[in-house]
Design a protein. Structure first.
Ligand SMILES: [Zn+2]
Length: 91
């Protein structure tokens, strides 16, 4: 089954398929992108360290969805920075 651009692909493998329209693109710390609905994008950001939202590619979000994504993105980046500074101390 080929995933389409509008299919939410951020569900957990063991969970049921998500029927929501994928409107959010998230990018992980390695630059890989995935699209999903706002609810699963928030969950994914909370579960992936160093991920962020590709806002340019994320359309049709309401104020609350943006806020939730923004907060999760911030947490993910903070986690990334603290891990990064532990693994690679500044010279
Ligand atoms: Zn979803």
């Amino acid at each position: 089954m080929a995933a389409t651009r509008f299919q939410c692909t951020l569900t957990i493998a063991s969970g049921p398929a998500c029927q929501s329209y994928a409107r959010v693109t998230i990018v992980d710390s390695e630059g890989a992108t995935a699209r999903g609905c706002s609810r699963h994008a928030v969950a994914a950001l909370d579960g992936i360290i160093g991920a962020y939202v590709d806002w340019e590619d994320s359309r049709g979000l309401n104020e609350w969805e943006r806020q939730a994504l923004d907060l999760s993105e911030e947490r993910s980046q903070l986690a990334w920075n603290s891990v990064g500074s532990e693994l690679a101390p500044r010279p």
